[in-house]
Design a protein around this ligand. Sequence first.
Ligand SMILES: [Mn+2]
Length: 343
Amino acid sequence: MISGITTGVHTPFNCGALSPASIASEQTYSRAHTFLRAPHADRARAGDFAVLGVPLDIATSNRPGARLGPDAIRSASAQLAELKSYPGGFDPLSHVRIVDLGDALLDFGFPHTIPAAIEEAAFNVISTGAFLCALGGDHFVSYPLLKAHARKYGPLALIHFDAHPDTWTPRTGPGGAVEINHGTMFAQAIHDGLIDPSRSSQIGIRTWVDDPMGMNIFDSMTVAGKGPDQIVAMVKALAGDAPCYLTVDIDCLDPAFAPGTGTPVMGGLTPRELLAMLRGLDGLRIIGCDVVEVAPAYDQAGITALAAATVVYEEACRFARLKGARQTSYPVPGRPLARNATQ
Ligand SMILES: [Mn+2]
């Protein structure tokens, strides 16, 4: 017992948002985790950055386990709540109401009900005016998520980071049922008119599909050759002012940086390349996002979950900048401190 220190026992999910100003009240390794240790909420409200887990992994073509992704991402996010953002130097929680809605309820005994269940869960969130960030789950979850967003916004530009284009030819089931497959859903989404391939970009790709269906592919070697800034400029020129849906398959990163995933492919993006491109997307009209394919059973030291949590954190920071968060940079040696520098 350390004398002089009073430790309050928090009821999980009952205390308010923690922030860098209040970190002394809680350790990063304590408490039941929500994303960024933000409050749990049953319903989203207009203006929220709402996080929803979608714990599905029946659509994987290789090794399963992504149903445990949302919880791993939440746990990894705890340490990101400890300090102000870098870069930026602001606390996103003080600019944005971030809420964790828990996980969508998916009835694994009746898998054919799952796509509609995900779509309705997502539409319930975005119809309030909240911004939805979904935590996969395998990548199939993006298909019903796209359906929900296209219901609200019309055809979308897909900004897609992945090792795989996921436009392999889908099969059709009885009654026209959509195949539950994490490698065909973007072909299905193009067929359905949910996304406009001519305004969409796929970044980090390093697997073959015979028909890219008109998607703009910036493969992993092209990113390494041209550099993140040039890639981002081309992606933004293609998307223009279209409503954009951002989807990040964590296997866009090289397996050295993200081993905890279902279908790793070597030769991938580095974390610095991914972060530079994500931070460069400011100015696009991003209306929703997901981060998918974290499979904790194959992870090492939680690095894949940390990568995914950081991607979500970057999106929360982008949202905070839209809400007026002032970005500060470290001074360049020999130059004065730049205030409110934008990227
Ligand atoms: Mn992939």
